[in-house]
Write a protein that binds this ligand. Structure first.
Ligand SMILES: Cc1cc2nc3c(=O)[nH]c(=O)nc-3n(C[C@H](O)[C@H](O)[C@H](O)COP(=O)(O)OP(=O)(O)OC[C@H]3O[C@@H](n4cnc5c(N)ncnc54)[C@H](O)[C@@H]3O)c2cc1C
Ligand code: SF4
Length: 327
């Protein structure tokens, strides 16, 4: 591992100043340190955020919840406000990693974890546009069973691995960030970047911007939601395909619906036509099958991952079915 400077941030402003001079933020370290050990990340300095105290979860005046960036994944998943008002978020987080990792990993770090594409993770492979722009994409004609079927580009077919982000997508979460010019709020739908011609860019943060926290608006899906994760092993594995589903059912009719798929794109993938098809329908198998067809329309599977299209279709039906009967 390359040598680097290390210190704890004394305040948010101190952390932002350090980042402006090239330091990288360190939170739980469960992704960043691994990438430093393998040589994918080579920062000259780390600024540790863990003494900033960004660890509160509070109700907002508008009936929602604000989660500070340093809240651990375990604390978030197990918090009473999250379990009762946003059970889909709790389920999604608890489906990921292990208890030990979730105890270390933070809300901000989870959003910014990097892809698990094996060619990205191992610098011994020379062709990876995300790690080394212009070098090519080894996955396109190589091992691509776990890669994207939506929103990919000729330059990169990687997916974003976060489970938490998929649940945040159907909750219309908003990411609050700060740099030396001030604060701004980024809706989760505009937070992640598809690869296009710049696969090295994962999101729409400006260099050095610090995530302060995530705002969850009042949820309409607390009574009917589900997070379904399909993976090779039942634990300690990333999603091949996942589905977050939320329904608001009034007098036996779907008044609003939200769907997001994980494991299929470089961002949580919302299928607006599928969501619209559910509104005004009764929560029946027929309505769910129609939504599933629409959700997977336009998928562009790679040589090894055509199975994801079928998996996605079945996953959408199952997640909607379980959401309809939950609670
Ligand atoms: C074996 C293993 C299995 C896993 N399985 C899953 C899984 O199934 N599902 C899943 O979703 N995840 C999984 N993870 C990923 C895990 O959830 C992430 O590693 C973790 O959430 C990252 O959080 P962290 O606080 O440790 O981030 P760090 O590793 O500290 O940081 C990650 C990145 O975020 C940046 N960062 C951190 N905080 C901030 C902030 N406040 N503002 C700006 N930048 C910031 C850092 O600079 C760094 O670039 C797994 C990880 C491992 C090691
Ligand atoms: S899919 Fe993206 S991350 Fe993987 S090798 Fe290709 S460019 Fe790199």
């Amino acid at each position: 591992m390359k040598t680097f400077d290390f210190r704890h941030a004394a305040s948010v402003e101190d952390a932002i100043d350090a980042a402006a001079t090239g330091a990288k933020y360190l939170a739980g370290g469960t992704n960043l340190i691994d990438l430093m050990k393998s040589g994918v990340e080579r920062p000259s300095a780390l600024i540790d955020l863990r003494r900033l105290g960004l660890t509160s979860i509070t109700s907002t005046d508008t009936g929602g919840v604000f989660v500070e960036a340093g809240v651990s994944n375990s604390a978030l998943a197990n918090h009473p406000l999250i379990r009762t008002q946003y059970p889909v978020l709790s389920h999604a987080i608890l489906s990921g990693a292990t208890t030990q990792l979730r105890n270390m990993a933070t809300t901000g770090g989870n959003l910014l974890q990097r892809t698990r594409c094996p060619y990205f993770m191992a610098p011994t492979f020379s062709a990876c546009n995300k790690r080394d722009p212009g070098s090519g994409c080894a996955a396109k004609d190589g091992f691509n069973r776990e890669h994207a079927i939506f929103g990919a580009s000729a330059e990169c077919v990687a997916i974003h691995p976060s489970d938490m982000a998929v649940a945040l997508a159907i909750l219309d979460a908003v990411v609050h960030v700060q740099d030396s010019t001030g604060r701004r709020a980024i809706p989760i739908d505009s937070f992640f970047a598809l690869p296009g011609h710049t696969p090295e860019v994962d999101n729409t943060l400006r260099p050095g911007e610090l995530i302060l926290g995530i705002e969850l608006p009042a949820s309409e899906f607390c009574d009917h939601s589900w997070y379904l994760k399909v993976r090779d092993r039942h634990s300690y594995a990333f999603a091949l395909v996942s589905v977050a589903a939320g329904l608001r059912i009034v007098d036996g009719v779907i008044a609003s619906a939200a769907l997001a798929l994980g494991g299929v794109a470089a961002a949580p993938w919302r299928p607006p036509d599928a969501e619209a098809s559910l509104v005004g329908k009764r929560p029946t198998a027929e309505a769910f099958h129609t939504a599933a067809q629409l959700a997977m329309a336009g998928a562009e599977p790679l040589r090894q991952n055509e199975f994801k299209v079928d998996l996605g279709r079945h996953g959408v039906v199952r997640a909607l079915t379980l959401a309809a009967v939950s609670r």
